[in-house]
Design a binder for this molecule. Structure first.
Ligand SMILES: C[S@@+](CC[C@H](N)C(=O)[O-])C[C@H]1O[C@@H](n2cnc3c(N)ncnc32)[C@H](O)[C@@H]1O
Length: 329
């Protein structure tokens, strides 16, 4: 599957429709369909009461509905389409099955959120790992190999640790992974056992990127995949990234992989509608590519390379950890 297949696949409509189905019920709960039935919803109105309080969730719902043609963007806001008018009339059907039976639906595939993150960490880690294995890992392993690792690789937010193992095997170096979620660390146990069987030195620990206390002078490369957007606001994230210079005093590179929000997309797509909508529901606004680059600079890093990845809106940034004049103190 190439990059454009995320939009062109027949599965794109199924995936985007699933997200939009939820967004339709939320839009109705937030009063958006009633407001849109009366006319345009202007951006400047959305920035005021009564909408402002739910601004991020409202944008998330409207953008999800744009993807299925129920709402369309106009010069200064959003308007309802004919499909949207029909959808608004059918919301009770969506609410009955998705809302009334939400716990039945969730209970079939996901039981018990991880208290540290509020999400099912095991499912996030396993699914992320599976997406990565299919679309990203070969590129990521090649990129890290090109940096000629000279010591331990540390992967922060490592999920199942499967990519860490792949990297360590390829570059013949030991590894350490940290993840906030106890369920992800539990899922990583299998990877650690497999590593042991094949003679690769890997350890996975529960730990919060924002509060790492142990110093790792043997680490040469730090990676952080698909979680930096959870560390906000920018000044705080910059401070966390800056702290890595002390935690990993001899590391040469910090390599960050992350996804950025879609820019006014109107097409069904696999992956991105989920990323955009779920983070809006979490009241989060993941940083744009430009904002990420500015934040790395604020954290004192020089971006040596930026690579666009196969998963939509996703990039790798290779950041130099040492000052030009020598190792970090
Ligand atoms: C989307 S998953 C990505 C997992 C893996 N890096 C990958 O690329 O497949 C994000 C992971 O980051 C972890 N995470 C989120 N915030 C974290 C934090 N503050 N410190 C450590 N791990 C964190 C989550 O528990 C989750 O396993």
């Amino acid at each position: 599957m190439t990059r454009t297949d995320f939009a062109q696949s027949a599965v794109a409509s199924i995936f985007t429709g699933a997200i939009a189905s939820h967004a339709a019920v939320l839009a109705d709960d937030l009063g958006l369909f009633d407001a849109l039935a009366k006319g345009k919803l202007r951006n400047r109105d959305l920035d005021r009461s009564p909408w402002l309080r739910n601004r991020i969730r409202i944008s998330g719902a409207l953008e999800a509905l744009c993807r299925v043609g129920a709402v369309q963007r106009c010069t200064d806001g959003y308007e309802l389409t004919d499909v949207g008018t029909e959808l608004a009339g059918q919301v009770p059907v969506f609410r009955l099955w998705l809302g009334g039976y939400a716990s039945v639906l969730a209970g079939q595939i996901s039981i018990g959120a991880d208290p540290a993150t509020g999400v099912h960490g095991g499912i996030v880690a396993e699914s992320s790992g599976a997406i990565g294995a299919r679309y990203l890992d070969e590129t990521i392993v090649n990129l890290l190999e090109s940096l000629r690792p000279e010591g331990r690789i540390c992967d922060i937010g490592c999920g199942t640790g499967a990519r860490l193992l792949r990297v360590c095997r390829r570059v013949n170096q030991p590894g350490i992974g940290y993840d906030l979620s106890a369920k992800a660390v539990e899922a990583a146990r299998e990877t650690v056992d497999e590593a042991r069987r094949i003679g690769v030195d890997i350890d996975v620990r529960q730990g919060d990127a924002t509060a790492l206390t142990q110093d790792h002078p043997d680490v040469d490369i730090v990676t952080q995949a698909f979680m930096t957007h959870h560390i906000a606001p920018d000044e705080y994230c910059a401070a966390v990234l800056r702290s890595y210079r002390s935690r990993f005093p001899r590391a040469r590179y910090l390599v960050i992989f992350d996804t950025v929000p879609s820019q006014d997309s109107e097409e069904p797509e696999i992956f991105a509608p989920g990323f955009d909508y779920i983070h809006a529901l979490q009241n989060m606004e993941p940083r744009s590519r430009g904002a990420a680059r500015r934040m790395f600079t604020e954290a004192g890093y020089i971006c040596r390379e930026e690579v666009e990845l196969a998963v939509p809106n996703s990039y790798a940034w290779v950041l130099e950890m040492r000052d030009r004049e020598g190792p970090a103190s």
